[in-house]
Design a protein around this ligand. Structure first.
Ligand code: BGC
Length: 763
């Protein structure tokens, strides 16, 4: 019941002693929808925790966790889908700082973000709130956001811990994940962000993991999070994620949110009184709440309003511009000349889709639209608009008329910029998508516009990736995601070249939903979601199966070009791999290149993806500039989770290090020899002969004995078909059952003696 590894933060020890049992219990659940409880008798104030993540959603009136009621105006920065595409932790940190400032001005102690769950399937309704299909990208950018927020004396809440990769049935379903993918894919990003940035809080998710609710899983919340990773903060529940309060507290779930109206506090008090809960466990949880209150009070009042809304809007615009991916640009159609007459087509150009539905929905301080911003570049007289299609069911305009007007406009202008995207209801917190297609009327409009004007640029607005069946036919495509309140301006900046695109895909765009890794079991059945693709998530899947994709992970073009020099790789004093190369901007425009490093190990003893991202950098280069850069692959990121040894193991060998412009655009490579971690597993009767043969002590003895035995077996050689390797046939035979073949040559006693000898400490 009591987990002895949970200890009270030292700074809270005396205060806890002053509190009654009831007061301690009261600290461990919310006082309202968004606040903790005060203990006025001893001067402990209540603090506020609120959404998040890409802006502040502080509700002054009615409270809800679905983004329904109003919140105070705040800057809506690009949601994670857009910010992540920058691959820039420093930019994420600057956005985090701005989020911290806005939270501090509003006296918010903890901002509920960032969300760093892996995009397991494009169908997840909440992918717009997540950063990537890759854990290193998610962890590194997540850590940047946490650092930025917390630098302003406001806590972050790393969420949703863990394996919360779908919305349907999210409050009950069990994510059934094998240990290696759980560790190497789904937890690795959390581990990185916890260890690099120490978030003040981690939010446990609604779902179960391998049958156990995240909110009552001592393995997850205490053994892994605290004992292995060294997390020092507080675990808060997702809103309503607590199933049974007493076991959740014992598991390490410190603060239940929102309020339980005192019901679960009473359960904790009763459990302490009847002896089923050790009071020291409650002390630890209440102590962590006190610690959080103390941290948030330390800087309280040092950042005051009014908010510099202009400066934050400018940062939102910069970040949005850094999130737009130039997917293709045939014939250098982009950037556009301001002198060209432009037909701007599509409802989203005027009424942008800039954030997703649900608890992250921000009430923006202002809202750019692309149409106005484009006319800012091209001039009012040169910019023409047609709605093209409807996105709201309430819009009763005639579809045929809208399309005809758009096509006529497109045909009469130098260039058409066509905004396509997903209607708001197509993706949301709380439910998943059923397909990845754009609306049929938009696709039909695209065909008609293209026929009328081949100089058509498509700009996409979507939170989860969409199929692009038109990619071969359209000369230029900008993936503009959901980009926050300044996305319209940023889109115009990229269209006209004021910003040179530098974003790259943090998730693969597949050709078809059927090609996606979790296609057969996404969503699950009977409350269980089998993660059958294992480690092979995102590009790991498409590469292992050699599946063609629309655009690969890591892809994104620029208006300039970059050359990669020869890479050199060496192991440094920390055991990390330093990868060194020169990158040159070979074009005539300043730009940025996201340089990616992938590693692989041929002949590995464990199943592995073809290549895995291990490091990356966003490198700014002026036109013509060359720069030598060093990217570091951390030794711990080379490790795989050794299931039998129950620990991370770096396998020794010659690693191939590939430096790349995308996961399928490899530019330079080098090999480097890495020394492996020693793993010695005790031999048991269950050990296979193969494992025994590999053992330094037992191996030679058993091999010699078996060779001898076979040479004396009557007719053994004559009945074996030529070329069949007898030893190899026996590799998977458990040594405990060898007596069946070897009889007296290997009695059970002899096997036990051999095992004891093999397992004895070697001098
Ligand atoms: C969401 C969290 C959010 C919380 C509070 C939950 O439904 O999953 O991400 O922080 O509500 O609004």
């Amino acid at each position: 019941m009591t987990d002895t590894t949970q200890t009270l933060p030292p700074s809270t020890a005396e205060n806890i002693a002053e509190l009654t049992l009831e007061e301690k219990a009261s600290l461990t659940s919310g006082g309202s929808f968004w606040t903790t409880k005060a203990v006025e008798r001893v001067g402990i104030p209540a603090i506020m925790l609120t959404d998040g993540p890409h802006g502040l959603r502080k509700q002054a009136g009615s409270a809800d966790h679905l983004g329904l009621a109003e919140s105070v105006p705040a800057t809506c920065f690009p949601p994670a889908v857009g910010l992540g595409a920058s691959w820039d932790a420093e930019l994420a940190e600057r956005v985090g700082e701005a989020l911290g400032v806005e939270s501090a001005i509003e006296n918010v102690a903890v901002l509920l973000g960032p969300g760093i769950n892996i995009k397991r399937s494009p169908l997840c309704g909440r992918n717009f709130e997540y950063l990537s299909e890759d854990p290193i990208v998610s962890g590194v950018l997540g850590a940047g956001l946490v650092r930025g927020i917390q630098s302003k004396g406001v806590g972050a809440s790393l969420k949703h811990f863990a394996a919360n990769n779908q919305e349907n049935d999210r409050m009950r379903a069990s994510s059934d994940v094998d240990e290696r993918p759980l560790r190497e894919i789904y937890l690795r990003g959390f581990q990185r962000a916890v260890q690099d940035a120490q978030p003040w809080t981690v939010m446990c998710s609604y779902n179960r993991i391998n049958g156990v609710y995240a909110s009552e899983d001592p393995w997850l919340l205490t053994r892994v999070l605290r004992d292995e990773w060294g997390f020092e903060g507080l675990v808060v529940s997702d809103w309503g994620a607590v199933n049974e309060r007493v076991p959740s507290l014992a598991a390490g779930m410190d603060l239940e949110m929102p309020t339980s109206n005192g019901h679960t506090d009473a359960q904790l008090v009763a459990a302490v009184r009847d002896g089923s809960l050790d009071e020291s466990v409650l002390d630890v949880a209440a102590g962590r709440v006190l610690d959080l209150v103390r941290k948030s009070q330390a800087g309280a009042g040092s950042i005051t309003g009014p908010l510099d809304a202009d400066a934050h809007h400018a940062l939102a615009r910069e970040a949005a511009g850094r999130g737009i991916v130039l997917l293709k640009n045939d014939g250098d159609l982009l950037p556009l000349s301001p002198a060209a007459s432009v037909a701007v087509i599509g409802a989203f150009a005027e009424k942008p889709r800039y954030q997703g539905a649900g608890s992250s929905k921000i009430n923006p301080t202002r809202l750019d639209n692309a149409l106005d911003e484009i006319s800012g570049y091209a001039g009012h007289d040169n910019t023409f608009f047609a709605q093209g299609y409807t996105v709201s069911p309430r819009d009763t305009a005639d579809a045929n008329e809208l399309r005809a007007a758009a096509v006529e406009l497109a045909g009469s202008k130098d260039v058409a910029v066509l905004f396509l995207g997903l209607p708001e209801a197509a993706e949301s917190e709380g439910y998943d998508r059923e397909h990845i297609d754009l609306p049929a009327d938009q696709l039909a409009l695209l065909d008609a516009v293209l026929a009328a004007n081949p100089n058509t640029v498509v700009v996409l607005s979507n939170g989860g990736v969409v199929a692009l069946p038109f990619a071969d036919r359209v000369p230029a495509i900008l993936e503009a995601w959901l980009l926050g309140q300044a996305g319209g301006g940023a889109t115009a900046d990229v269209l006209y070249g004021a910003v040179n695109p530098s974003a790259k895909l943090t998730e693969t765009i597949p050709l078809r939903l059927q090609d996606t890794p979790s296609f057969l079991d996404f969503g699950g059945m009977d409350g269980h979601v089998r993660y059958g693709e294992g480690l092979f998530v995102g590009y790991r899947w498409y590469d292992a199966r050699d599946i063609e994709v629309a655009y690969p992970f890591g892809h994104g073009l620029s208006y300039t070009t970059f050359a990669y020099g020869d890479a050199a790789a060496s192991v440094d004093a920390n055991g990390d791999i330093d990868v060194c190369l020169t990158v040159t901007n070979t074009g005539t425009r300043d730009g940025r290149e996201v340089v990616q490093v992938y590693t692989s190990l041929a002949d590995s003893t464990v199943r592995r993806p073809v290549r895995e991202l291990k490091a990356f950098a966003s490198v700014a280069l002026a036109a013509g500039q060359s720069r030598e850069i060093v990217l570091t692959v951390r030794r711990e990121d080379l490790a795989y989770w050794h299931v039998a040894a129950q620990r991370w193991v770096v396998e020794g060998g010659s690693y191939l290090v590939e430096v790349a412009a995308s996961s399928r655009d490899l530019r330079s490579s080098a090999s480097v020899t890495v020394e492996g971690d020693a793993v010695s597993l005790p031999l048991t009767r269950e050990s296979s002969l193969g494992e025994v043969f590999a053992h330094p002590v037992a191996g030679p003895i058993v091999q010699a004995a078996l060779t001898q035995m076979m040479s004396t077996m009557d007719g053994a050689a004559s009945i074996m078909p030529e070329g069949v390797d007898m030893m190899r046939m026996m590799n998977s035979f458990p040594i405990g059952r060898i007596g069946m073949m070897a009889g007296e040559d290997f009695s059970p006693e002899m096997i036990d003696q051999l095992l004891a000898m093999a397992n004895a400490p070697q001098s």
